[in-house]
Ligand binder design. Structure first.
Ligand SMILES: [Mg+2]
Length: 427
C-alpha cells in the first residue's frame, strides 16, 4: 500500500507556527515579489480567495475581512519541511519526498494501519505543530485521491484508507475528473472535447482511444486508478530537474536586464546542482510578459542539449547568451523569467577524453565560492557585471514576517539526518 502524507495549507500553517496569534484568522501567503496567492488558510479559502490569483485582484476582500498577509519565506518553510520529513522517515518505511509539503511511504497492509496513521498524524501535530492529512491506497494516484477525501471531509478526521474494492468504486464515483493526479489541464481539455466528463467515462474509454489522446502516461493513470502500481516509487531521492523562475516586481524590456536575471537564476541552479553533486545535460530558458495584460501576452521557452553535462555557470554562459538571443524580443515587456536544467547525471560522469575545460581547477574554484556563499549568504561572490538593481527586482517582499529564534529553534535539525541525495559515500 502507498501512504501519502500531505501537510494542510502548508505555508499558512508554517506562518502560524511562527506566530500563534494568526491561529483562527484568515491568512494568505504571497509568491516572490508579492505577486500571487500561493497558500491560503481554510478561513481565507472560505472567503472565496482562489489559489494563484494575483494579489491586486483581491485587495478589497483582504482589507474588508482583515486577512493577514505574509510574503513567502521559503527557507523557513523548507526547514519545517525537513523536520516533518525526518519524523516520517523515522517510521522506517521507504519514503519518497515528493514536494516541500508531501511525501509517499510504502507501507504494509496490516489490521493496525489506520491506528498507525492516526498516531503519526497526532504526533506531527503535537511535536511540530503542523496539521497533516494521510491517505492510504494501493497506488500513488489512488493515494492522492484518498488524501483529498481525508482533507475535505471532516468525518475522516484527517486519515482515509482505501482498502477494499467497494471503497475504491465509491471513491471514484465521488472524485472530480479534474482532480486526478497527473492529468493536467491540456489532457483534461482533450478528454472533455471527446465527451469524457467523469472518471467513470474515462475508465469506460477503449484503451486505443486513451493511447491516441493521452499516450502511454494516460494508460498508466487509468491503471493506477484501477489499483495497479504504474508510477515508479522513487525512494532513492533522485532529482530529475532543477529550475528557478520568478515574477518580477516591474516589467523589464532591456536585454542586459533580462540577461542579468537569467544569469542570476543560472548561478542559483548551478549552486543547487553542485550541492547535490549533479550536472545537467539539458538547459532551457523561459521568458514571458505579464499574463494579466490579455491579448498582448507572450511567452517563449527555448532549450538545448549540452554535449557534456555541467553545473559550471562559466561554461554555460555562451549557451545562455545563444538561447537569450533566440528568445528575446525587444518590443516585449518581460514580467516572468525562468531557467530549467534537466537530464541530470552524477557530476563525476561529466567528462571525456577531448574535454577542454579544466574541471579540477573549476571544481576547486566553485568549492571556494560555495563555501563563501554558505557562510555569508547567497551571491556573496557573483559575476562582476551583475547590477544590484537586478537583485532588488527579484527580492521585493513587503509582508515578510520575521521568524522568531524560538520558532526557528523548534524546527532546527536535531539529528544528523542525511538524505540519500546528499550522501556522497554511496556514489
Ligand atoms: Mg499540501
Amino acid at each position: 500500500m502507498i501512504a501519502l502524507i500531505d501537510c494542510n495549507n502548508f505555508f499558512a500553517s508554517c506562518e502560524r507556527l511562527n506566530d500563534p496569534s494568526l491561529v483562527g484568522k484568515p491568512i494568505i501567503v504571497l509568491s516572490g515579489n508579492d505577486g500571487c496567492v500561493i497558500a491560503r488558510s481554510n478561513e481565507a479559502k472560505a472567503l472565496g480567495i482562489a489559489m494563484g490569483i494575483p494579489f491586486f485582484k483581491i485587495r478589497n476582500v483582504v482589507r474588508k475581512n482583515g486577512v493577514e498577509i505574509c510574503s513567502a519565506n521559503i527557507p523557513y518553510y523548507a526547514q519545517v519541511s525537513r523536520r516533518i520529513m525526518r519524523t516520517i522517515a523515522a517510521e522506517g518505511f521507504p519514503q519518497e519526498v515528493y514536494s516541500i509539503d508531501e511525501c509517499f511511504l510504502k507501507v504494509k497492509q496490516t489490521p493496525v494501519l489506520e491506528d498507525w496513521a492516526r498516531e503519526l498524524r497526532q504526533r506531527i501535530a503535537t511535536d511540530i505543530g503542523i496539521p497533516v492529512s494521510i491517505g492510504i491506497a494501493p497506488s500513488k494516484t489512488l493515494a492522492k485521491l484518498t488524501t483529498y477525501f481525508a482533507k475535505h471531509y471532516a468525518g475522516y478526521k484527517g486519515v482515509c484508507i482505501l482498502d477494499s474494492e467497494e471503497k475504491r468504486q465509491r471513491a471514484l464515483q465521488h472524485y472530480p475528473l479534474e482532480e486526478v493526479w497527473g492529468l493536467g489541464r491540456r489532457n483534461l481539455a482533450k478528454l472533455r472535447r471527446n465527451g469524457v466528463e467523469s472518471i467513470s467515462d474515462f475508465l469506460a474509454m477503449p484503451r486505443e482511444e486513451v493511447v491516441r489522446l493521452l499516450g502511454t502516461p494516460g494508460v498508466h493513470i487509468r491503471e493506477e486508478l484501477g489499483g495497479e502500481e504504474r508510477i515508479a516509487f522513487n525512494d532513492k531521492d533522485i532529482r530529475k530537474s532543477v529550475s528557478m523562475s520568478r515574477t518580477l516586481l516591474h516589467e523589464i524590456s532591456s536585454f542586459p536586464q533580462v540577461s542579468d536575471c537569467v544569469h542570476l537564476f543560472l548561478n542559483s541552479c548551478c549552486r543547487k546542482l553542485r550541492k547535490e553533486h549533479l550536472a545537467a545535460r539539458h538547459f532551457g530558458i523561459y521568458l514571458a510578459s505579464n499574463r494579466f495584460r490579455g491579448a498582448s501576452y507572450q511567452s517563449c521557452y527555448k532549450d538545448l542539449h549540452l554535449e557534456l553535462p555541467t553545473a559550471d555557470p562559466l561554461e554555460l554562459l555562451p549557451y545562455m547568451n545563444a538561447l537569450l538571443q533566440a528568445t528575446f524580443v525587444p518590443e516585449v515587456k518581460y514580467k516572468r523569467i525562468g531557467v530549467y536544467f534537466g537530464d541530470l547525471v552524477p557530476e563525476r560522469c561529466a567528462s571525456h577524453l577531448f574535454d577542454t575545460v579544466d574541471r579540477y581547477g573549476r571544481g576547486r574554484l566553485f568549492a571556494a565560492i560555495d563555501k563563501l556563499d554558505s557562510r555569508f549568504g547567497a551571491e556573496t561572490v557573483h559575476i562582476a557585471s551583475l547590477r544590484p538593481e537586478t537583485l532588488l527586482e527579484l527580492s521585493h517582499a513587503s509582508y515578510r514576517r520575521e521568524v522568531s529564534p524560538e520558532a526557528m529553534a523548534a524546527v532546527e535539525d536535531d539529528s544528523p539526518y542525511v538524505s540519500p541525495r546528499f550522501d556522497t559515500s554511496q556514489q
